[in-house]
Design a binder for this molecule. Structure first.
Ligand code: FEO
Length: 386
């Protein structure tokens, strides 16, 4: 994971975390990355999560080989990266803390720390020379918090990208589906709402000659960078990454599921090669959210429940709306034994989103599938694929 002889990796693996950021399952663990640049001056990039302070300091000491760090660069104040600022600054009292103007009050609020007299406030374009390495700080507000900055090192052409280009998984995670699977779930779960700020950062990054990306989670990226940057461009502009239809459903007694299965078969029979189906009650919600953003055509199927919709669908749509879901074609399937309301409720909830096309053909099931429903499904399939 070292970038080069003088840019070293001192991050840690977290195999104990049950829910990252209190909500995301991470069956393959999590990486909290930290880097050191060794030059005439020594800079350390970000700390790690609270439980790993001593392990991280041990790795730092090994890399320092008797020297002392001059700077602690704090790019992001979320505690998975900032929790050991106190430990570091107590151990290395001469080190200067480098961060944005918005980050320093957060250090006080989170940890009661103030660095008057030993701080450098970075603004857009602020430069810091370490000798042969030169750092340029680039403001990246709301990627993922307001105080975030990223850092470009020009001699080795390295972008330290904070949460950008991060992913779930420890360093030994086996990504059967490639980097993008857990990077996409991470992006849409954590950064997804902030497409515009990510676009702004990508435009700044486009002006730089980048050979290596060093994120705060996930592997160092040093080849095929246009692939990763292209995915970030698609994701942050709410573009469609994969052709096909994503069907998200809930079911109580299996009747709504039967309609979903019928639709999936109908879509395939009409030539749609990729149909992805998810039971919102049984699959990871973050995985379903990323699938909704990944595809351009979505069908939502749920029951009427307490005059509203089934709770998992309610939560799912809320998560899409919160993240600025847009530019998609949506089909609706509702089930209601005596007063079907679900399609109307889903339509109302989705009205908060921009640029959605809701199909006119709605499937309304009255308890269980009827012949009429089969005709409605046929019509919906034609319209969603149009
Ligand atoms: Fe990895 Fe927004 O913290």
């Amino acid at each position: 994971m070292d970038v080069s002889k003088n840019i070293r990796y001192i991050g840690v693996d977290d195999k104990q975390v049950d829910l990252f950021e209190g909500q995301y399952i991470v069956p393959d663990g999590m990486m909290y990355n930290s880097y050191v640049i060794l030059d005439e001056k020594i800079a350390v990039f970000d700390t790690v999560e609270a439980s790993f302070g001593e392990e991280w300091l041990g790795k730092l000491e090994a890399v320092l080989d008797g020297r002392t760090p001059d700077y602690l660069i704090v790019q992001h104040m979320e505690p998975d990266h900032s929790a050991n600022i106190k430990l570091f600054t107590e151990k290395y009292p001469a080190a200067v803390v480098v961060a944005t103007a918005k980050a320093f009050p957060m250090m006080k609020n989170f940890y009661g720390l103030e660095f008057e007299g030993r701080q450098l406030v970075a603004a857009e374009g602020t430069k810091l020379s370490l000798g042969s390495h030169e750092l340029t700080f680039i403001m990246a507000p709301m990627v993922h918090w307001p105080e975030v900055m990223v850092t470009y090192e020009s001699s080795e052409k390295v972008l330290f990208s904070a949460d950008g280009f991060g992913k779930f998984g420890a360093s030994d995670a086996v990504d059967d589906e490639g980097w993008s699977c857990e990077a996409r779930r991470y992006y849409f779960g954590i950064v997804g709402k902030y497409g515009m700020p990510v676009q702004t950062l990508l435009k700044k990054a486009a002006a730089l000659d980048i050979k290596t990306i060093c994120p705060l989670h996930g592997p160092v990226l040093n080849e095929d960078l246009p692939y990763y940057i292209g995915l970030y461009d698609t994701w942050s502009s709410y573009g469609v990454e994969t052709e096909g239809v994503f069907i998200a459903y809930t079911t109580v007694y299996g009747n709504t599921r039967k309609a979903v299965e019928c639709l999936a078969e109908t879509l395939k029979a009409k030539g749609c090669e990729r149909v992805v189906v998810a039971d919102l009650a049984r699959e990871d919600m973050a995985e379903c959210v990323e699938d909704a953003f990944r595809h351009g055509r979505i069908v939502l199927a749920t029951t009427t429940y307490n005059g509203e919709i089934f709770p998992f669908m309610n939560q799912f749509i809320d998560q899409l709306v919160e993240r600025g879901y847009k530019k998609r074609r949506i089909g609706l399937i509702e089930n209601g034994s005596w007063g079907p309301m679900a399609a109307k409720v889903m339509r109302n909830k989705l009205s908060a989103c921009k640029d959605l096309t809701i199909c006119e053909n709605t499937v309304t099931i009255l308890s269980s599938m009827s012949e009429e429903n089969k005709a409605q499904i046929e019509a919906l399939a034609d319209e969603i694929l149009a």
